[in-house]
Design a protein around this ligand. Structure first.
Ligand SMILES: *Cc1c(COP(=O)(O)O)cnc(C)c1O
Length: 227
């Protein structure tokens, strides 16, 4: 079995190839290692291989890892569903939140963000595969939500995130991502700080990069299958 360091280097190489293959600089795509269900030892191993950004889905699990790993330069991203009674812990312990899907959550994150940590970077989660019941706002509702979130004091609205329904077909994957990428372009004309497209997981990151992803969120291709 390949080590975490080997997996990270293979994924980085694939990211670079996918970016360069569509005329983008390799450095325009950053790698978020999704460490949900992985113990702190695994995060440490990835850190030793140079990985700094980690994504977590469950607040309690993340908090115990964050406190077990006081390593310089670590950047924690919350990417899971958000219950409103968990916003304070998220606001206090993460630098990014990718999964904001309603105004109330953004308002609570802004109100609870400690001032000394600077603005919390957030992405709006969009439901781009309408046939399934994944969380996220509908494409048609994103612009209004941006308008409302953009004025919040301790939030920096950075972009859009999505988790599409799985497909093995790269053309289908690209078609599913495309409306989201187009929407981000339109929004960025109005909100210049919106520079982030958080799409692409282990099975579709090449397609996501071809459609403009700036952050790919990779779990199993780095840490192996989750039990
Ligand atoms: C688990 C998860 C990932 C990573 O999925 P893999 O298929 O293991 O790469 C990415 N994004 C979110 C929101 C997740 O929950």
């Amino acid at each position: 079995m390949a080590s975490i360091a080997e997996n990270i280097s293979a994924v980085r190489e694939e990211i670079g190839k996918a970016a360069v293959g569509c005329g983008r600089p390799a450095a325009s795509v950053s790698l978020l290692a999704v460490s949900k269900t992985q113990g702190p030892d695994k995060v440490r191993e990835a850190y030793a291989a140079g990985q700094r950004d980690f994504g977590e889905n469950y607040v309690q699990e993340a908090l115990s890892k964050i406190s077990a790993l006081p390593l310089p330069g670590l950047c924690w991203h919350f990417i899971g569903p958000i219950q409103s009674n968990k916003t304070r812990e998220i606001a206090e312990h993460f630098q990014w939140v990718h999964s904001v899907d309603r105004l109330k959550i953004a308002q609570r994150l802004s109100a609870q963000r400690p001032a000394n940590l600077g603005p919390l970077n957030i992405c709006i989660q969009v439901n781009i595969s309408e046939e399934d019941s994944k969380s996220g706002v509908a494409l048609a509702e994103v612009a209004d939500l941006c308008e409302a979130i953009n004025g919040l004091e301790n939030i920096c609205l950075r972009g859009l995130m999505a988790i599409p329904a799985p497909s093995d077909d790269i053309e289908q994957q690209r078609l599913t991502f495309r409306p989201l990428a187009q929407l981000l372009q339109r929004l960025a004309a109005k909100y210049p700080q919106m520079d982030t497209l958080s799409i692409g997981m282990s099975s579709d990151y090449a397609a996501a990069i071809a459609e403009g992803s700036t952050i790919v969120r990779i779990g199993s291709a780095i840490f192996g299958a989750r039990s």
